[in-house]
Design a protein around this ligand. Structure first.
Ligand code: NAD
Length: 487
């Protein structure tokens, strides 16, 4: 049976490339190639730039409320198609359908709804300067590029497109080559909603297409989600034309569980923050610091719930709550990291190997894995694994916990669990992380800005704050009288 081959989406439609080059996309839960995608060649890239410029000129002319009305239609279409889009995400990523129907599409739609609401409220200000005055205009940047990771493909495309389009920019988006379909469906939906051709284009390919977007002097900004090492390359390329950048990068986030925490809630957080989306979440709290006094109680509850409640298997089965790794290569990488942890002396409490579920025997599964007796110089504690691997460590005092939590180059997220409100805020204020949760973990409503400290990122996504990252201020000085001039 011949496979469907998707083309790039440019200027409001699918466009054939000239080279005929394409890549295969594999369903990680079955190991089967499910469709193919054409790679953006020079012809497609040139068309994308000219169409994004044309799209920008048309889109930026509209008033905020006109853009808002159109974007709200896209929100309705996304919500109406929730289940079919969720299935696409499951086939591309291997994550459980039970998650994708509840989170992936709705969190993307929420972002478009939020920024559509803000579009009519984008404004400048005016100040009197004696007789003269000045005013500011908050103007869009122009053509923006978005480059996405594979763990939340549609959500990432929405999180980047929403503020960009709301502010009047156009976008060329490149999804991960592992998960290319969701962004194409979003492009179709935007056109159906009435977004003019060229305002949202999708180019397909691997890092080479991403590198081209990062360099291209006609692009004003690049918003990137992916690994720290790739982010550094993107920022270096972007420097050539002094592009604005937003970098949403990796993490190795700490959770600190104090002796007075609600243990059941803290265990829920540790499980969500390590095993949701089979551990492939950037904000995961993979370094779990437990106060000596509750160490045994916490570990008992954690092991019981991990062994009894996690269902690994076919992601389309509604009972499954733990899916497949994105690819065979990633499965091998995660297993290598686990083996290193064992070799470095950590104690494996559960998991540690691949899994072959009866209903998905060819998928790339890794068992939920928990290590005890970890310390800060082990690679499993230092490096981002991006898989279901939790590291447990002990502490006895608040100062020690904060110092250990901050002992990393990453700074994406952190969690603090305690019933002492003063301590909760005191500790959070000392943590070097862009997203902190108190007695909660992983929730990321669109109202709340997200992004990293240190090497976990630059700029923010979501929240009113993000509009600043997709606009520039023009100051206009108005002279009301003749200039004083010594010449
Ligand atoms: P990755 O860095 O390998 O790839 C990300 C994207 O960059 C892909 O589209 C890829 O094709 C592209 N790319 C690769 N080389 C490039 C280059 N030289 N120039 C430009 N683009 C290039 O990351 P991944 O494996 O897709 O995703 C996992 C990583 O993403 C993890 O580190 C995770 O923590 C991070 N992530 C961060 C967030 C966040 O919001 N902070 C969210 C999701 C994922």
């Amino acid at each position: 049976m011949s496979l469907v081959r998707y083309q790039n989406f440019v200027d409001g439609q699918y466009v054939k490339n000239q080279t005929n080059a394409f890549f295969d996309v594999t369903n990680p839960a079955t190991g089967n190639i499910v469709y193919q995608v054409e790679i953006a060649d020079d012809k497609v890239k040139e068309l994308a730039i000219s169409s994004a410029k044309k799209g920008f000129n048309a889109w930026a002319q509209l008033s905020g409320i006109e853009r808002s009305r159109i974007l709200m239609k896209a929100v309705t279409l996304l919500r109406e198609r929730n289940d079919e889009l969720a299935k696409i995400e499951v086939e591309d990523t291997g994550k459980p359908l039970s998650e994708a129907v509840a989170v992936d599409v709705t969190s993307g739609a929420d972002a478009i709804e939020f920024f559509a609401g803000i579009a009519p409220a984008i404004e400048g200000n005016q100040q009197s300067l004696g007789n003269d005055f000045y005013y500011t205009r908050r103007e869009p940047l122009g053509v923006c590029a978005g480059i996405g990771a594979w763990n939340y493909p549609l959500q990432i495309a929405c999180w980047k497109a929403a503020p960009a389009l709301a502010a009047g920019n156009s976008m060329i988006f490149k999804p991960s080559e592992e998960t290319p379909l969701g962004a194409l469906k979003l492009a179709e939906i935007f056109v159906e909603a009435g977004v003019p051709a060229g305002v949202f284009n999708v180019l397909q390919g691997d890092g080479a297409v991403g590198a081209w977007l990062s360099e291209c002097p006609e692009i004003a900004k690049v918003s990137f989600t992916g690994e720290v090492s790739t982010g550094k390359k993107v920022m270096t390329s972007a420097a050539g034309s002094l592009k604005e950048v937003t970098m949403e990068l990796g993490g190795k986030s700490p959770m600190i569980i104090f002796e007075d925490a609600d243990i059941n809630n803290a265990v829920s957080a540790a499980m969500l923050g390590n095993f949701y989306t089979q551990g492939e979440v950037c904000t995961n709290g993979t370094r779990v610091y437990l106060h000596d006094a509750i160490y045994d109680e916490f570990v008992d509850a954690l092991l019981t719930r991990t062994k009894e409640n996690i269902v690994v298997g076919d992601p389309l089965d509604q009972r499954t709550n733990f899916g497949a790794m994105i690819s065979k290569a990633h499965q091998e990488k995660v297993l290598d990291c686990i083996n290193k942890g064992v070799a470095e002396g950590a104690t494996l409490l559960c998991g540690g190997s691949n899994v072959i579920p009866e209903n998905a025997p060819n998928g790339y599964f890794v068992a939920p894995t928990i290590f005890a007796d970890c310390h800060e110089n082990m690679s499993i504690v230092r490096d981002e694994i991006f898989g279901p691997v939790m590291c447990l460590m002990r502490f006895s005092g608040e100062k020690e916990a904060v110092q250990k939590a901050n002992a990393t180059d990453f700074g994406l997220a952190a969690g603090v669990f305690t019933r002492d409100i003063n301590r909760a805020h005191r500790v959070v204020h000392q943590l070097e992380a862009g997203i902190c949760w108190i007695n909660s973990y992983g929730l990321s409503p669109v109202e709340m800005p997200v992004g990293g400290y240190k090497q976990s990122g630059v700029g923010r996504e979501n929240g009113v704050e993000t509009i600043k990252h997709y606009t520039q201020i023009k100051s206009v000085y108005v002279g009301m009288q003749a200039l004083e001039c010594p010449f």
